[in-house]
Design a binder for this molecule. Structure first.
Ligand code: C2E
Ligand code: MG
Ligand code: MG
Length: 488
């Protein structure tokens, strides 16, 4: 019995020892796990800024490239390198260098979208993935934002420090088909930026560089053009086919760049849309065109309709109806003498808003025409939903109407469709007598094109409308009415 109880005690002691050992081992295991976690973190995240490391960035980029490939999209990789960090570390200490890196990371992150990835591979470098931004002009906006964010001096230990850096950009698929080449090429572009001049950015592809820069220059010129009043209007007559009389004109915006000369509205109108300046410019176009129409009608004592192009953005301006009403009141133009030209693409964007806006304009008596008809969306159901008065057959179909069976068939169908919906049809870009005769035979109501007249200035239009007067009947304003006068 005594032996037995000793054995039991020994067993209990052994058990206790084993338990202690298990506890010890568990502690060791926890320590191992912690170390492993820290090592992984250090592998994937930069301890100083908490940003992803180059390994994690590479993973993100590889996934984004796969997605972009599947969706046929572009993406951009930016490589940013801060100047003079070593100098700061040596002279002001590593702590100051660290503070600067953290602040730069914070400011750069604030310029990015949630889906973008900012990483710090080490030292004075940052990498950025823009998975949804591939167009050179959009990347430029991001780059400009980053440089602007770093413009404000950093205050470190009571001292103001100005940080500068250089940035290189590579774009998928142009500059690389996978993560490795894209990063290398963004780095190479950064080196070029550094060599060419401090505190700037460069694209890897010289062609993208040129495009981005010419776009940027164009944007600047357009902003200045608004202030310098470099815009003016030309007018192109529209002829009624049956009577041969001029029943309307289209106002066409013109811009003469001081160095480049005339720039096509097809080129600058989309940029004005992008940079948000189309709204004030279009209001000026509307007011000038309406005032001019009033003057033309008074000078010729003949009714005349004025067509004005509306940009898609303008259609969604909440106060468009109000502006049109005000301009008509101010200029004294009858609403039915104003025709607004919209493209199919603009109409398709938001049916509810468009229905309300067009309904209000229709109630006012303003005419609506669909410009470039046949080039846009295939759904024709909107023709029944919206109060439309006229279709403008796109020039592309008219160009070869007498030689190409398909384009002739399309034009014939558009005219038949319009007439069955009780809409008028005008053909644009009519350049030859043959085209005019063909369109006459199809029953096209009106034509516009070089055959009748090129777009001309207001005085020339008046000479065209009323040759007997020799023009010059226009009330001469202190400053030409057709030059821009908007406060921007
Ligand atoms: P659009 O409204 O379709 O204007 C017709 C274009 O065809 C005009 O080009 C006109 O000059 C040109 N054209 C007219 N007849 C002929 C012809 O017989 N042959 C040829 N080859 N061309 C002809 P433009 O003036 O360069 O305007 C281009 C586009 O810019 C316009 O196309 C319109 O979409 C836009 N645009 C012009 N003015 C304005 C404006 O005030 N506001 C807005 N939002 N867009 C405008
Ligand atoms: Mg037009
Ligand atoms: Mg057109």
């Amino acid at each position: 019995m005594g032996d037995g109880s000793r054995t039991k005690e020994a067993l209990l002691a052994e058990l206790a020892a084993l338990r202690r050992r298990v506890t010890e081992l568990e502690a060791v295991k926890r320590e191992y796990e912690w170390v492993e976690e820290e090592l992984t973190k250090a592998h994937y995240y930069d301890p100083l800024t908490g940003l992803p490391s180059s390994t994690l960035f590479f993973n993100h980029l590889s996934q984004a490239v796969a997605l972009a490939r599947r969706n046929g999209r572009q993406l951009a990789v930016l490589f940013f390198s801060l100047d003079r960090l070593r100098l700061i570390n040596d002279n002001l200490g590593h702590q100051t260098g660290d503070l600067i890196l953290r602040e730069v990371a914070r400011r750069v992150a604030a310029c990015l979208r949630e889906s973008d990835v900012l990483a710090r591979p080490g030292r004075n470098e940052f990498m950025i993935l823009l998975p949804e931004t591939g167009r050179a002009e959009d990347v430029v906006l991001v780059a400009e934002r980053i440089f602007a964010a770093l413009d404000d001096p950093l205050v470190v230990q009571g001292q103001e420090l100005v940080v500068t850096g250089n940035l290189g950009v590579s774009v998928y698929p142009n500059d690389g088909a996978s993560a490795g080449p894209l990063i290398r090429h963004a780095y190479a572009a950064m080196c070029r930026a550094r060599d060419e001049g401090c505190d700037t950015y460069r694209f890897y592809s010289p062609r993208l560089n040129e495009r981005a820069f010419s776009r940027l220059m164009m944007e600047n010129s357009l902003r200045i053009a608004l202030q310098r009043e470099e815009f003016f209007l030309y007018y192109q007559p529209q002829m009624d086919v049956a009577s041969g009389r001029i029943v309307g004109v289209e106002a066409l915006l013109r811009w003469r760049h001081p160095e480049l000369g005339p720039v096509s509205p097809a080129e600058f109108v989309p940029i004005m849309e992008d940079i948000g300046l189309i709204v004030p410019l279009s209001e000026w176009v509307l007011r000038t065109a309406c005032a001019r129409n009033r003057a033309f009608q008074e000078a010729t004592a003949t009714p005349l309709r004025m067509a004005v192009n509306l940009s898609p953005r303008q259609l969604y301006q909440p106060d468009l109806v109000h502006i049109v009403r005000r301009v008509l009141e101010e200029t004294g133009l009858e609403p039915h003498c104003l025709e607004l030209e919209l493209t199919e693409g603009a109409l398709a964007r938001n049916v509810t808003t468009t229905t309300a806006t067009l309904g209000a304009l229709d109630n006012m008596g303003v005419k609506i025409a669909i410009d470039d008809f046949g080039m846009g969306y295939s759904s024709l159901s909107y023709l029944r939903h919206f109060p439309i008065d006229k279709l403008k057959i796109d020039k592309t179909f008219i160009d070869s109407i007498t030689t190409d069976h398909n384009n002739a068939a399309i034009s014939r169908t558009i005219i038949a469709l319009a007439h069955s919906l009780r809409l008028d049809v005008i053909a644009e870009g009519v350049e030859t007598e043959e085209q005019l005769e063909y369109l006459r035979a199809l029953g096209c109501n009106e034509v516009q094109g070089y055959l009748i007249s090129h777009p001309v200035c207001a005085d020339d239009l008046l000479r065209f409308l009323a040759p007997d007067t020799g023009g010059g009947l226009l009330p001469v304003a202190e400053r030409p009415l057709d030059t821009l006068d908007i406060q921007s």
